[in-house]
Design a protein around this ligand. Structure first.
Ligand SMILES: Cc1ncc(COP(=O)(O)O)c(C=O)c1O
Length: 392
């Protein structure tokens, strides 16, 4: 009775492993959990206060579908700050739609652009929801394989070779979940130069980890580097990761005038505007000085280095040095058993040494696993030491 669209969808691997970890914890087992796809920091005090005030002021009515004007103004302003190359044609509130997390922004853009038969280019390893969203829109996923040696980044040549008359969209994600890879300005420019030659192809730049980069100044917004692609580039962002408020579901898209009305129509008939209280939190967070995010960035960097130092003691694990986000992507090929892939490895380490990692299979990387360093140092130390001894 289920539609083909839904029948083909896969349950999120990260949510599945989290359910197992929670069950084990409930049974009294101790688990070293490295699966978190969310910050372990609290949200900003200013955001909490804004929510309380909004409750007291009875801010309980429907908001406009794309979000409160004040919030959209702030989002446009913040986007313009990282895209000064577009100062001749800055984004306005009318280009912004506030969504239930970055996830809804991406899903709606895919639905709004993709018809059956359209191809979407996705470099692997990818965030596991991208292909499922394309499948839900009945589009075709074209995966571009990348390598550890090239820091899991798609080259301009690969992109050029993959584009064909069916190509409608390319999804880019920097800093990346799951690899922590970050495209340099030059690399983004090279991709943009290719795309400039294919005027029917759209770009979705998922910049949700933008404030979590480890070499200040290296991260650039895609449109800042490629302003000529303004009319066919979608910038997705949100406060789940940088604002540590995954549960408040605050994301957004910034899109050219040709796309925004369709997205508003789609959202108007599905979820409507996001929770009014979350919007109050979002305004308060966006008003914070950029320096507020520094503390977290430094903490993540410290944890990354600590984790790398331990993992490097293993001869069996190849770890990419993350340039951003809060993940390390580990090639465990040398530690796999015969005919085993990362699913088997992840099950084994959970069972044998009580360390929870996410298999790379659903990220398009069957011999790798992802660990998250968005957790406390004691857990990181113990879990990584266990992994190293086990693999060695
Ligand atoms: C790469 C990437 N994009 C988008 C999202 C969606 O984030 P949100 O929780 O705001 O929906 C995530 C969340 O894990 C992510 O990792």
């Amino acid at each position: 009775m289920l539609s083909n669209r839904v029948k083909n969808l896969q349950e999120s691997a990260t949510l599945k492993i989290n359910a197992t970890v929670n069950r084990m914890k409930q049974e009294g087992q101790s688990v070293y959990n490295l699966t978190a796809g969310e910050p372990d920091f609290p949200p900003p005090e200013a955001a909490k206060k804004a929510v309380i005030e909004a409750v007291e002021k009875n801010l309980s009515k429907y908001t406009p579908t794309p979000g409160l004007l004040e919030l959209r103004d702030w989002i446009a302003k913040k986007t313009n700050e990282v895209q000064p190359a577009l100062s001749h044609q800055p984004w306005k509130a009318s280009n912004v739609i506030v969504t239930n997390g970055g996830k809804q922004a991406i899903f709606d853009c895919v639905l709004a652009l993709i018809d059956r038969g359209d191809e979407v280019i996705i470099p692997a390893p990818f965030w596991l929801s991208y292909p499922e969203m394309v499948k839900a829109a009945e589009g075709t996923v074209k995966v571009i394989e990348t390598s550890f040696e090239l820091s899991y980044k798609m080259t301009a040549k690969q992109l050029e070779q993959a584009i064909n008359p069916q190509t409608k969209l390319v999804i880019l994600n920097s800093p990346s979940n799951p690899t922590g890879a970050l495209y340099t300005e030059q690399e983004q420019k090279e991709l943009g130069d290719v795309l400039a030659r294919f005027p029917k192809v759209w770009v979705l730049s998922d910049e949700i980890y933008d404030r979590i980069d480890f070499e200040p100044g290296t991260w650039k917004s895609f449109l800042q580097v490629n302003p000529g692609l303004r009319e066919r580039t979608i910038t997705v962002n949100g406060l789940s990761k940088s604002g540590s408020m995954t549960g408040w579901r605050i994301g957004w898209s910034v899109t050219p005038d040709s796309l925004t009305p369709a997205l508003i129509a789609l959202q108007g008939h599905s979820t409507s505007g996001i929770c009014s209280l979350a919007q109050a939190a979002a305004i308060a967070t966006l008003k914070l000085p950029e320096g507020w995010f520094e503390h977290q960035r430094r903490q993540y960097l410290h944890r990354r280095d600590l984790t790398l130092e331990i993992l490097r003691k293993s001869t069996k694990m190849k770890v990419l040095v993350a340039q951003g986000a809060f993940y390390l992507f580990i090639d465990v090929k040398a530690a796999l058993r015969e005919k085993e892939n990362a699913d088997g490895f992840a099950e084994r380490v959970l069972r044998d040494i009580q360390v929870a990692v996410v298999s790379g299979v659903d990220f398009g990387a069957p011999t790798s696993v992802r660990i998250s360093f968005a957790t406390d140092e004691a857990t990181l130390r113990e879990a990584c030491s266990r992994l190293v001894s086990y693999c060695n």
